[in-house]
Ligand binder design. Sequence first.
Ligand SMILES: C[S@@+](CC[C@H](N)C(=O)[O-])C[C@H]1O[C@@H](n2cnc3c(N)ncnc32)[C@H](O)[C@@H]1O
Length: 273
Amino acid sequence: MTVEQIRVSSEWLDLREPADAVARSRDLVEQLRPQLPPAGRLVIHDLACGSGSMGRWLAPLLPGPQHWIMHDRDEDLLEVAAANPPGPAADGAAVLVETRPSDITALRPDDLARASLITASALLDLPTGDELAGLVDVCAAVGCPVLLTLSVVGRVELAPADPLDAHLAAAFDAHQRRMTAGGHLLGPDAVAAAAERFSRLGADVLVRPSPWQLGAADADLAAEWFTGWVGAACEQKAELTDQVDAYVRRRLAQAEAWQLAVTVDHADLLVLP
Ligand SMILES: C[S@@+](CC[C@H](N)C(=O)[O-])C[C@H]1O[C@@H](n2cnc3c(N)ncnc32)[C@H](O)[C@@H]1O
């Protein structure tokens, strides 16, 4: 496995779960439903499930009995996912959850055999180009629909605007595309790369926007996201560090006073074999 081992905290995943649920494309779920087997139990593999938020969002939107197999390399997050399973299916059918410690960059098609659906959320910007290509090939070989939600696309807007925003955004994107021991991360280029590879393998790929639009009600999430965004930008471009102190104080005060609006663009992909 070569994906950089940065641990994601369950507190961060908790904080973002409501905004993620609002942002994910319901239209793609409408497109997905008729592509699923009409009878029998759906077998759904959720890759890099974290604390299980994708299942809690999607399972109640799909009809019929479901068996979710949740993969993550972080066993603490898998425990949280197992302890907070999704509610019942759209028609009240049972939803069973199984957790599986996995490195999703080392999966083979056999590991996902008999899948009715493969899902992932907030994952695509993490692997290197080679790892993403391998993952796409494995999913395509399984031959079922694939729903990949909430991939960052490198567009961020803060209101009110500030001259430093663009510099930080550029440095953040460069950080997302940085070189790691395993190779170049794709960051905001991952959506286009995955869509292009799935298409080349003969699948239809539908893309929908799934932005976070954070306002007063999401002040805690906006402040936490903002702190991480600035931190990554300064890690990438150290010379920004001296310029950001007053900016950070100003922005966090705006968030606390419910005067900061943040849009973080994402894209959702539905891949139909
Ligand atoms: C940003 S979180 C998203 C979690 C969840 N899908 C959600 O939407 O809340 C990314 C997740 O990917 C997992 N992850 C990253 N690289 C992985 C790998 N190579 N194998 C398995 N899990 C991985 C992390 O442990 C983390 O849970």
